[in-house]
Design a protein around this ligand. Sequence first.
Ligand code: NAI
Ligand code: MG
Length: 332
Amino acid sequence: MKTVTVFRGDGIGPEICDAVLEILKSAKAKVTFECFEVGAMEYERNGKLMPDEAYASFERNKVLLKAPITTPIGKGFRSLNVTLRNKYDLYANIRPAKSNPAIVTPFPNVDLVTFRENTEDLYVGVEKVIDEDTVHATKIITRKASERIIRDAFAYALSNHRHKVTCVHKANILKQSDGMFLAIFYDIAKEYPSIMADDKIVDNVCMQLVMHPQAFDVLVMPNLYGDIVSDLTSGLIGGLGLLPSCNIGKTYAMFEAVHGSAPDIVGKHIANPTALLLSACMMLDYLKEEETASRIRTAVDEVLKEAVSLTPDLHGTATTQQYCDAIIEHLL
Ligand code: NAI
Ligand code: MG
């Protein structure tokens, strides 16, 4: 039995987290959970965004299921998300966006995976106030970080029967930084002759993703473009409530929904737990519990297809609990 650390998060975090844990227990997943309150509420209580025991638990278990956390703006905080990714070197942020036939969008048959570099680029958070009218922000791109994310994208393509990896960049303007990322991409591509490799400028990618998203397969890119483009890909498949993700390093792994703490719907009991649930399925795959993950994914597909117990973001009227109960019914 594997033990996993769980952060219940802020806003809708605890609502969707409790639903997901209930489903994992009903599916008899061979995992136990150590749950922690982290984030803004914990800060109000104890003056820390994250208690020391929560760090210790993650360091022990090495696997974290994390509900969304609110990033307080303008209080001098570094985002806890960015902190976790850096402290535990969770360098690969992987976000699969796959259409579900039951969710009608203008974009059928999307099946693409974004590999976002997770530790550098503008997210190092170095901003220098030059004078009252000028601020410089630092973008960092290193060979080491670029190589490992690009290599992971190709290795993933190879082992998941994907046929193409696209490098997304702005090397026409950022000739040195994105230029190096792009050059490394084509160097590594030579090691994978069976996988097609191409590149596109990020603004063009945004246009093409909404014109013909089916043309994309695996995409790899620096941190900022990955943040933006992967939200766009969630829109292609029906919204943020559906897009799972994982943040993986050599030692640690963290699984979370792409969306945030959704303060606009907190406490209304209508949050869609699917993104966090599918992230938990990625975690089960990572823990070699593929059979349980697959049963949960099938139950999700069936509930979405029946369209009786959908949450309001999917144009239904169900509460989080009713949706969760419907999934559990399909598992039994
Ligand atoms: P958000 O993702 O929380 O919400 C954007 C919109 O999508 C809202 O209208 C919200 O109601 C809707 N939405 C999101 N998840 C949903 C779900 N599961 N079910 C139904 N509707 C859903 O983005 P926003 O408002 O920009 O950020 C709110 C807070 O979350 C901020 O403090 C931000 O820093 C934080 N955040 C945290 C993340 C994390 O912990 N990984 C990721 C993104 C944002
Ligand atoms: Mg984002």
